[in-house]
Design a protein around this ligand. Structure first.
Ligand code: SF4
Length: 369
């Protein structure tokens, strides 16, 4: 059994009919009744747009009950931008003529020291997808160094086999972030014209392999703008639920990243407005009360702050999408980033903003023994 079996049931699904067939009363019921099977369709429907205030109230209550007034902070660190793929939406696309770099292990430690000096203890490690330039062994050695400075190390790298995940878990990686980008298989093929990432199924099953390998926390998501957001968020919600049901010991989270400007100048074919982002956060929170929801610096500072009470539980801070961006920025020798970020505030500024909203910024809520 795999989430692919669940997805297959939606291959010829009439999305238009399902979403447009929802009435206001159905949405009202879905906001409060946890047993309705097609609840997420109702919560994401156009009819729900007239009930966003009520959904916001409910989502706020549920978030307080499950997480209190806390926002966990982390920052991404890019170890390498070598990539064998040609994802049309990404600045690291192997066709792009950009400066490529990979940090040496000494540079990884320098980056770790710089980030740790901000007080952060949760880190997200990223590389482009190149098994040649950033092999598992290199990532394992990097995790070993990072472990000296951070209590939680999440990896956002190419999909691994179960044994490879196990290898990184044994070294100290405790969380896995892997986005399917788009669940629609035809669009997936168009967005990934070449490279190992074309293997849809190997990527789709990666969160399950990670769970089986003993990872503590898994974060999934789609890249908003590649397809109709309602369908993609519906399938994200179902995927998260599938993981929660099948791996109850693993903390499951979802992120809601939108396409941002990048070196390839790709423009998202589907518009996703701020209101749509609010809508999907509320729907996900009501549908899955315990799910973590991550909001990155792809969004601007004001919008990020306004979303805090609605269901967000994790935010990045002091971000850079450039290789060694936390140390090389100071030296003025940064390589090209994966995409442009929108919120450029440092960790102290984000902490202060979270506090002003009446929430506690959490720098550390986990330690691997
Ligand atoms: S999204 Fe990931 S796999 Fe695709 S080009 Fe960018 S770094 Fe490579």
């Amino acid at each position: 059994m795999s989430y692919y079996d669940v997805l297959s049931k939606y291959q010829n699904f009439d999305w238009g009919k399902a979403f447009s067939g929802v009435a206001g009363e159905d949405v009202k019921r879905a906001i409060y009744r946890e047993d309705a099977a097609d609840r997420l369709i109702q919560l994401l429907s156009p009819a729900a747009e007239g009930l966003l205030e009520e959904m916001a109230q409910r989502a706020h209550e549920i978030t307080l009950r499950s997480f209190g007034r806390t926002i966990q902070l982390y920052t991404p660190t890019y170890l390498s931008n070598y990539c064998d793929n040609q994802c049309v939406y990404c600045g690291f696309n192997s066709n792009n003529n950009i400066t490529r770099r990979r940090l040496s292990i000494e540079e990884v430690e320098k980056e770790a020291r710089a980030i740790a000096s901000t007080g952060l203890r949760h880190i997200l490690v990223l590389t482009g997808e190149s098994r040649t330039m950033s092999p598992v062994n290199y990532i394992r050695n990097s995790v070993k160094i990072l472990k000296k400075y951070f209590s939680s190390i999440a990896i956002e790298i190419y999909p691994l086999t179960e044994d490879e995940y196990r290898e990184l878990v044994s070294e100290g990686a405790d969380a896995l972030t892997i986005y399917q980008e788009v669940y629609d298989e035809v669009i997936y093929r168009n967005m990934h014209p070449a490279g190992p990432k074309r293997d849809y199924r190997f990527r789709l099953d990666a969160p399950e392999r990670g769970c089986r390998a003993g990872i503590r926390s898994v974060n999934i998501g789609v890249l908003l703008g590649l397809n109709d957001w309602r369908r993609e968020i519906f399938l994200t919600g179902l995927h998260a639920k599938y993981l929660q049901d099948n791996f109850p010991d693993v903390e499951i989270g979802a992120a809601i990243p939108r396409v941002r400007p990048q070196a390839g100048n790709f423009k998202a074919p589907h518009e996703v407005s701020d209101k749509n982002i609010v809508h999907m956060i509320l729907a996900l929170r009501i549908f899955l009360p315990r799910i973590g929801i991550t909001l990155s610096t792809r969004e601007n500072s004001e919008f990020r702050e306004n979303l805090i009470p609605l269901g967000i539980t994790r935010m990045s801070a002091g971000s850079s999408t450039k290789v060694g961006g936390h140390t090389r920025r100071a030296e003025g020798t940064e390589a090209c980033g994966q995409f442009e970020i929108c919120d450029h505030r440092n960790v102290e500024e984000v902490k202060a903003a979270v506090g002003r909203r009446g929430y506690q910024p959490v720098m550390k809520d986990w330690i691997t023994l």
